[in-house]
Design a protein around this ligand. Structure first.
Ligand SMILES: [Zn+2]
Length: 467
């Protein structure tokens, strides 16, 4: 095989399940191995079948630790893959936590489903267990940003900062081929041009082929700078009314961003001090990783300077990290103004459900949504203003104020994407992935207007020859 081939096995016309396979003369490289997330039956079928033999992969490169990019690695290794996985040190650490959690969730889900459906003779199997997650983790080889490595003979690779979540990288591959060297860059998920904690995304150059995400190819974000003022306003109100603020938050990145803003508010004295509880064991473990890396080059210079002066940007004197269930439940009976940050971000599971159950009925409580709320989730129903919602099968009336901050996003918006692609000057082709149909089409149209040619929107399993 002397040709270079690229095929798309997920996140082609949707925003989940990123898996892209690059076949080169020197071997096969898998870019990400993400899990499809969505309705159970549909996602399960897509997750169980690899359209390429797992054993044929010679090297895997992981862009970042979100489950829709790393979540199927355990199944790949369970099914016979023995290749190294290259990732940054922070991504490897975070992936270890994410995969163990994913395995535990699936095992718990399967136990619950099988118990309920035992009489009908129905049962499901988890995709993988914790031992498979450990097997995948044993194959990790960490690479710092910028270090050149050779995943397969004839391919020189390096990881560039993507500015999306801690450790996130854009794999850049220089591929030796009979027709000449070709440079391919995969963005993974690309961060915003303006970020809160992380260093800005790198600006790659002399790219031949670009695989780029298009999540917000049709939208523009609000300014990040407005987040602090909104939080100050909500805290002042809770202080005055002696009431609770519940922030459902993604454990990775969003929680640390909120904590950092709260730390800044405390230092500036812009709002009265109320107790802050971080009630998510996973968020706590992830915040520890952020703390360990806070001097590293993952972070924006402004943040590193702040961290040097502050010493502990994720831990101020009235913040409490709650690990045990007892500590979490004790909050229900605690009176007075307080702010509770808890997962999951779309209110689909996790401890936040208990806090919502206990507070949705209070008209002075505030539920502050700080992330994307997908269709069909409890978070979306609250955001849409539904007055009755079900939690654990029981109906609850919604009297609490539900407010949304649209300022946060760890993805580039339309303008960021167009500027990034223009600067990379892709000479031979652009593949748009990780976006739904409308977002991708809007970005493709914007790129056409900029005179960028050879923009493709690959279909699932579509294969391209790279000349
Ligand atoms: Zn991501």
């Amino acid at each position: 095989m002397s040709k270079i081939k690229l095929s798309f096995h997920g996140a082609a016309g949707e925003v989940t399940g990123s898996r892209h396979l690059l076949e080169t003369p020197g071997g096969t490289v898998l870019l990400d191995c993400g899990m499809f997330q969505g309705h159970r039956n549909d996602a399960d079928k897509k997750n169980r079948t690899f359209l390429f033999p797992p054993a044929s992969v010679d090297a895997a490169i992981l862009s970042h630790a979100h489950v829709d990019h790393c979540g199927l690695l355990p199944l790949l290794y369970k099914n016979g893959c023995d290749a190294p996985v290259y990732a940054t040190p922070a991504t490897a650490e975070i992936t270890g936590i994410m995969l163990a959690d994913s395995a535990r969730l699936q095992e718990g889900d399967a136990r619950f489903y099988n118990k309920i459906h035992a009489a009908e003779g129905l049962s499901i199997e988890p995709l993988y267990g914790e031992e498979d997650a450990n097997l995948a983790m044993a194959h990790f080889k960490t690479m710092e940003y910028g270090t050149v490595f050779e995943p397969v003979p004839g391919v020189k690779a390096r990881l560039l900062n993507a500015g999306h979540v801690l450790g996130s990288a854009m794999p850049q591959l220089d591929i030796a081929a009979p027709e000449g060297n070709r440079r391919l860059l995969y963005t993974g998920d690309l961060g915003r041009a303006e970020t809160l904690l992380l260093d800005d995304p790198a600006a790659p150059q002399d790219v031949d082929y670009l695989i780029v995400e298009s999540t917000y190819g049709d939208r523009l974000h609000e300014r990040l700078a407005d987040a602090e003022a909104k939080l100050v306003e909500v805290i002042k109100r809770a202080f005055k009314e002696d009431s609770k603020i519940i922030i459902p938050s993604f454990a990775l990145e969003r929680t640390q961003e909120i904590i950092f803003i709260l730390d800044k508010i405390r230092r500036s004295g812009a709002a009265p001090e109320i107790p802050v509880y971080v009630d998510s064991p996973m968020a706590i473990s992830l915040t520890e990783i952020f703390n360990r890396h806070k001097d590293g080059f993952c972070f924006d210079e402004k943040f590193r300077e702040y961290a040097r002066q502050d010493g502990d940007p994720f831990g101020f004197d009235y913040i409490r990290y709650l690990r045990t269930k007892d500590e979490s439940q004790a909050l229900n009976n605690r009176k007075g103004a307080m702010l509770i940050i808890s997962a999951s971000g779309m209110c689909e599971g996790g401890r936040v459900l208990h806090h919502l159950r206990n507070n949705l009925g209070h008209d002075d409580a505030t539920v502050l949504l700080v992330g994307y709320q997908a269709q069909g989730t409890l978070g979306r129903r609250l955001q849409d203003g539904e007055k009755k919602v079900k939690i654990f099968g029981l109906e609850h009336e919604v009297w609490a104020r539900v407010e949304t901050m649209h300022t946060f996003s760890s993805h580039a918006d339309k303008n960021d994407l167009v500027a990034f692609i223009k600067a990379a000057k892709p000479a031979r082709g652009v593949f748009l992935v990780h976006g739904d149909t409308e977002a991708r089409a809007a970005l493709a149209a914007a790129l056409a207007a900029e005179g960028i040619k050879n923009v493709k929107c690959p279909a699932p399993a579509e294969e391209f020859e790279l000349n």
